[in-house]
Design a protein around this ligand. Sequence first.
Ligand code: MG
Length: 209
Amino acid sequence: HEATDDAAVAEAAGLAVRLVAGEPDNIKITVADDLIRVRQSLAAGGDSRIGQGLDVHRFGPAVEGGTRIWLCGVALPHDRPLIGHSDADAGLHALTDAVLGAIGAGDIGQHFPPTDGRWRGASSDQFLAYAAGLVRQGGGTIINLDVTLVCESPRIAPHRVVMADRIAAIAGVAASRVSVKATTTEGLGFAGRGEGVLAQAVAMIRWPI
Ligand code: MG
């Protein structure tokens, strides 16, 4: 006859089998994904971590016929380009630093040094996706992301929803967990003079103890 489990095999071999109560928390870990799942279940009772990120990029001279800039993963038409080593997406950079900060994983410049030619003109979605990947690998989950863009132009409000959807897709979370806000500084300071864009972000993350 067929053995239904290892105890049946032992009995068939003439061994005495004794049953002991198992420990439900003692989950079998076989492949790498098991480890991630266990970490995530442990994190359900884990820490809430907050990280914050801040980034600034300045506008370059006006371009004949206009250009486009990237903010929160969305291309927007603008008269002047944003200057940066990568695509100068201050929104995604601030979010990336917020996520890295929450898990104590340094900052964006450490993981993607501007001295490394690979990141020249790079699309910044890979930076946030990388940070979100570190959260997942560590068994954590992103609870929510909130970013504020500070600039006189372009107008952000018409693009808030599509930006939030884009951030959610990049970070691998539900759009309901992402918030995009914008403000001006009433003409004060560099943002008020239209010299650049500032972005500030916070990330809350559930993280294994
Ligand atoms: Mg930056």
